[in-house]
Design a protein around this ligand. Structure first.
Ligand SMILES: C[S@@+](CC[C@H](N)C(=O)[O-])C[C@H]1O[C@@H](n2cnc3c(N)ncnc32)[C@H](O)[C@@H]1O
Length: 348
């Protein structure tokens, strides 16, 4: 039976990960689809978050007892008080509940949450499923942040991350970057927080003459990357297991790529400095995240709330914060945005 997908992204997914060549139309469509998917996801996370508050009994006791925030868990008795407090703070920020003049919690009965059909031609469903996985894990966080079923650790749960890193959203990002930079045989790339899927993709674009260095804190993700890149290895591939904060980069690169990794960085300043120093002048740094805090009209609190289940998560950044940090360190740069979540910085 032949299945006809009526939207481009699914066709791209169906093709080999690294042989597909993007056309400009694909690139524009992919960028729009990526932004759209995150906006849709933001709303879907709100629905999931609201429903979880009901399931966990939080809104029920607030309605009945109007407790002070620090008293909610004495009414519910969950082992992880910190997680429950985080839930309540997030629900206040989202306007689902509020503190009255006496500091007691009440339900905001005017809060409306709308579920709509997505625009299917722009919707990257598999990335939404990735967050479904995360929201379902929160019931274990009620017991403890270190519960063994919270399968989000880059080291111990590398197999699950390998699947997440193969979603159409992340594949599209790699294809957009390759197209935008016009990657070609002979280019030098440093990939910060490379994971298990990016190495093979970028190596296929720049080899045999290019050079690829991937750095990652997860030995297990690098092991998978090593198996995938073996057939390309002519001595110019280097996969290094370390925290990028401790990396000593000796070579200079044409491009430094940091996709979906900056939010795990213990220090924005150290990451930016090391990435900029690794570039030739005229070289480009690409930073991608689901969004930057100052460019997107979404429920940032929800992305933060669910990402806190991953102990590597630090925080999302704004473009302004990144650009101001670069300026304060004295770098001469030009910058441009490809989408709500992709920033290109050229070192002058
Ligand atoms: C969401 S994955 C993104 C992987 C890859 N960049 C991609 O787009 O497919 C984040 C990666 O950053 C790595 N990571 C997190 N903190 C790191 C750090 N301090 N130094 C190096 N790698 C880090 C994780 O192990 C993981 O592979």
């Amino acid at each position: 039976m032949e299945i006809n997908f009526n939207h481009g992204i699914q066709n791209i997914v169906g093709r080999s990960n690294y042989e597909y060549e993007y056309k400009i139309d694909d690139m524009n469509h992919a960028l729009k689809s990526m932004d759209y998917t995150i906006k849709y996801l933001s709303n879907e996370l709100l629905v999931a978050f609201f429903k979880q508050g009901m399931d966990f009994g939080i809104y029920g006791v607030i309605d009945k007892y109007k407790p002070k925030p620090n008293k909610v868990n004495s009414l519910l008795g969950y082992p992880n008080n910190d997680f429950l407090n985080d839930y309540i703070i997030t629900a206040i920020k989202l306007g689902i509940i509020y503190q009255n003049e006496d500091g007691n919690l009440e339900l905001n009965r005017d809060k409306k949450i709308i579920i709509k059909h997505p625009e299917y031609d722009k919707f990257m469903e598999d990335y939404i499923i990735n967050y479904d996985h995360m929201t379902k894990l929160s019931k274990y966080a009620l017991i403890g942040y270190n519960h063994p079923k919270i399968l989000l650790n880059f080291i111990e749960d590398a197999d699950i991350w390998d699947i997440i890193l193969n979603t159409s959203y992340l594949k599209s990002c790699r294809n957009v970057i390759a197209k935008y930079l016009n990657l070609r045989n002979g280019d030098y790339i440093l990939d910060v927080g490379c994971g298990s899927r990016s190495p093979e993709f970028y190596i296929s674009k720049i080899f045999p003459k290019g050079k690829y260095t991937g750095i990652d804190i997860s030995k297990n993700l690098l092991k998978i990357a090593e198996i995938r890149t073996k057939r390309w290895d002519n001595g110019s591939i280097s996969l290094k297991h370390m925290d990028f904060c401790n990396a000593m980069i000796k070579n200079k690169y044409d491009y430094v790529i940091c996709t979906y990794t900056l939010k795990y960085s213990p220090s924005l300043k150290i990451f930016l400095k090391k990435m900029m120093n690794a570039l030739h002048s005229g070289g480009k740094l690409i930073i991608a995240e689901e969004f930057f805090k100052d460019t997107s009209n979404i429920n940032i609190e929800l992305f933060e709330f669910y990402n806190r289940l991953n102990k590597f998560f630090k925080n999302y950044h704004s473009k302004k914060e990144i650009l101001d940090t670069l300026e304060s360190m004295g770098y001469d740069i030009k910058h441009t945005s490809l989408s709500d979540g992709i920033l290109v910085i050229e070192k002058i």
